[in-house]
Design a protein around this ligand. Sequence first.
Ligand code: AMP
Ligand code: MG
Length: 435
Amino acid sequence: MAAPPSSSLVLSFEDARRIVGEHASRLSAGKHQNVALLHSAGRVLAEPVVADRDIPPFPRSTRDGYAVRAADLAKLPAQLTVAGEIKAGPQHGQPPRTLNRGEAFSIMTGAPVPQGADAIVMIEYTSLQNDRVEIRKGVEPGENIVIQGAEAPRGRLLLSPGTRLNESSIALAASVGKSRLQVFCRPCVAVLATGDEIVEVDANLAPTQIRNSNSYSLAAQIQQNGGEAVLLPIAPDEPHQLRQFIERGLQSDLLLMTGGVSMGRYDLVEQVLGEMRAEFFFTGAKIQPGRPVVFGRVPCGAGAPSTSSGQALAREGASPQMSNKYFFGLPGNPVSTMVTFELFARPVIEALAGISPRPLAFLHARLKTEIRVKTGLKRFLPAILSGQFENSQVELVPWQGSGDIAARSRSNCLIVIPSDREHISAGEWIAVMLR
Ligand code: AMP
Ligand code: MG
């Protein structure tokens, strides 16, 4: 039987996060599928998207007005002969002829600039009389024109595999004619809630029983981060059954467990994983909430069923017969579960989903009310960000600790307190993580 992990595996937040990042960087996404552009929001691109032609495909007017030669406006007001009109879209009949000296073409936003013209004068600075236009304001050569290919020449890579598709990347794909896209299949992430006191949400419950909320918060977070949640039944605090559930969970691409990772007599998750020859990278992080968080991997033999999404397993050191499955043991307290997911599990799910790695994003706001804490832990505490523009302010939400989901729901961000700070004064700038 493998020895249970030692307490020396309690790392600083930064070390724990770095280790997760190193392992995540060795993972790859699995199969692809083809989806309609309309249903691609939030999916992860699995193919490069390139410009199928110059963007813009012709020199494009960015204003309604007159296409002119800037040199013709040296003396103002200038009188030019209107030689025709160019609107956006296919030009009927002949393409507009070259603009000669002393001439202007009436032109619409988005229309192709004719040969010979080098600037567009906005209609606001002009008055039309019969076929003559009077122009009251000069222009620099190039003004109000985007030259052909200026945004991207034909063949340029516009979107790389690993891009999470949002409105701008979807617009870009549409603009180069992609009505369907190859995307990565979502990784399956098993969620295993543990604890004798935990019952299903709709159970008739005794006063000492606690409804399972962690499986649902985790499912939401998994989906938001590109995965597919597979909820397992609640596992009791009993080693034999716990092991059976863990083995089921290891059939997915990643296993997230909640509860059973603290120091209590019935916190059996690490013991059972140790018996399964798990390798532990850390069994705690110096953070609040979420100190008992566990990260590791378990060897899965040739007999182990393949993953439901065909996902790549962790390959490091693995023979064709033997590969590893990663797991997280997240603390059971619901706010700890949510925070440790965000800090540690998210990068692994994103890697399995094919999403390019990205750092944690922080913003800064002024602290409204002073904070006093003990040093030694990096804290991620529920807070409310208010005000706007240069008056953003943030303050802690009063809470009853890491079980207080109601306080977390009232909060809209987490204040990040460095582990060496015991007093932060009102008015100081402080790091904040949104959500
Ligand atoms: P544990 O980490 O197992 O010691 O649990 C810590 C606290 O979190 C206890 O109060 C548990 O009842 C609670 N808890 C554990 N699992 C869940 C869950 N799935 N849903 C809601 N609360 C939980
Ligand atoms: Mg428990």
